[in-house]
Design a protein around this ligand. Structure first.
Ligand code: GDP
Ligand code: IMO
Ligand code: MG
Length: 426
């Protein structure tokens, strides 16, 4: 396993939490490298459900050091609450470490997120309204406040005055909103600093030392490849880099330290929020996928949009991430459907596209070219080895390998921790 990135190969919610947890049993360090509490990662252990937003999914294993890397944006109140919730459920979060360079989500970021969405009206992105985009905007405009700043009241006050006053001007003069009370924010965040002081450290060094002393390190992506700010369906994306390169920059290691990249992909596909979605099913089949697949957002409770597996997008994801393996999840849900379709190309504006189109106009007009495969029509949720899957299910998996050019190294047949059928390399 040495250093393995686990990331979303689609539009998020592929089952990254479950796969990260699966690999965490042999891990020493698990790192979140981007995003914030826009993520919702579900793990089910003995019927008990954990939904993590900021703390890496490895936290359920006592030997794991969970790390929140420099590339993330941290809402301190959410982090404290998540640690308290874990403690209340018998999980010890005291090993959590947070990068001093991670940027802090401030109240004005949350406020602006909501206001910007309202301003966009019909063009809105459908963000999670957690302040993610505005926090990254401040990071890149160099107005950001980092975790380490919270521990130096003088520096914090200075930075808060600059950033806070700027935001209040925006809120008042551009968006006609009431300003926020900077003094109140200052006091509130100094309180968080007290609670979080012991957790904040140089995580780049921590991760490097772990890798170079032979420990097993996992990097857990949030969101997904098609939500990546550079490689996703811009502008309907999140404001960070979930793709594999983000694991290096977002945790402070070099790309040569990464050995494997596992792309987590659902056996079909879903999307929350707005933006293009070539294989979207707006019919009764799509409705059934929502119901049977339980496709409701972990963070916002929104219904996810559903569609057939998109092999064009998956091949693209394999390329931009350098995937070495695919973890295919939720194959059990497809037991209820048949025949099954997989998009193998697109038709758009009179042309055929075998590769994922880079032009927004082309993408918006894509109609999938489908290949049909027979379903298996029987319950597979109790199957406990890949070899025992029905032949049609294996053909579906192997067709995904052919189309993506990447080996499927595990298949999910249920939400529980044990319901991942590993497929050792031949
Ligand atoms: P993440 O954001 O990528 O971690 O994924 P989410 O937790 O948001 O959504 C994935 C959902 O699918 C969760 O409810 C998981 O419990 C569930 N899940 C994951 N893998 C499987 C699987 O193989 N079968 C079934 N039925 N559910 C799964
Ligand atoms: P996990 O890690 C699915 C989507 C939002 C919106 C867009 C931008 O659980 O897979 P943001 O709040 O990030 O500015 O919203 O990205 N989005 C997700 N969709 N899963 C997620 O996380 C998501 N995090 C953000 O719905 O379309
Ligand atoms: Mg999720």
């Amino acid at each position: 396993m040495p250093a393995t990135v686990i990331l979303g190969a689609q539009w998020g919610d592929e089952g990254k939490g479950k796969i990260t947890d699966r690999y965490s049993r042999d891990a020493d360090v698990v790192v979140r490298y981007q995003g914030g509490n826009n993520a919702g990662h579900t793990i089910v252990v003995d019927g008990e459900r954990f939904a993590l937003s900021l703390i890496p999914s490895g936290v359920l294993y006592p030997q794991v050091t969970p790390v929140i890397g420099n590339g993330t944006v941290v809402d301190p109140a959410v982090l404290i609450r998540e640690m308290e919730e874990l403690t209340a459920r018998g999980i010890d979060p005291s090993r959590v470490r947070v990068s001093g360079n991670a940027h802090v989500i401030m109240p004005y970021h949350r406020k602006l997120d909501a206001v910007l969405e309202r301003y966009l009206g019909e063009e809105q992105i459908g963000t999670t309204k957690r302040g993610i985009g505005p926090a990254y905007m401040d990071k890149y405009s160099r107005f950001g406040i980092r975790m380490q700043d919270l521990f130096d009241p003088k520096i914090f006050r200075k930075k808060l005055d600059v950033a806070g006053k700027d935001k209040n001007r925006q809120l008042q003069k551009v968006y006609n909103q009431l300003p926020l009370d900077i003094d109140e924010i200052y006091e509130e965040y100094l309180g968080y600093a007290d609670e979080l002081r012991d957790y904040v450290t140089d995580t780049s060094l921590l991760v490097w030392e772990a890798i170079h002393s032979g420990e097993n390190v996992l990097f857990e992506g949030a969101q997904g490849t098609l939500l990546d700010i550079d490689h996703g369906t811009y502008p309907f994306v999140t404001s960070s880099n979930p793709t594999a390169g983000g694991a290096a920059t977002g945790s402070g290691i070099g790309p040569r330290d990464i050995d494997n990249v596992i792309g987590v992909a659902k056996a079909y596909i879903t999307r929350v929020g707005t933006g293009p979605f070539p294989t979207e099913l707006l019919d009764e089949t799509g409705e059934r996928m929502i119901d049977i697949g339980g496709e409701y957002g972990v963070v916002t409770g929104r219904r996810r949009r559903t569609g057939w597996l998109d092999a064009v997008a998956l091949r693209y994801s394999a390329r931009v991430n350098g995937l070495t393996e695919i973890a295919l999840t939720k194959l059990d849900i497809l037991s209820h459907f048949g025949p099954l379709k997989i998009a193998v190309a697109y038709d758009s504006l009179g042309d055929r596209y075998d590769e994922f189109p880079r032009q927004q106009r082309v993408l918006y007009n894509c109609h999938p070219v489908y290949e049909e495969l027979e379903g298996w029509g029987e319950d597979i949720s109790k199957v406990d080895s890949y070899d025992d899957l029905p032949d049609a299910a294996k053909r579906y998996v192997e067709r995904i390998e052919d189309l993506s050019g990447v080996r499927v190294s595990s298949v999910g047949v249920g939400p529980g921790r044990e319901a991942t059928l590993m497929r050792p390399a031949p």
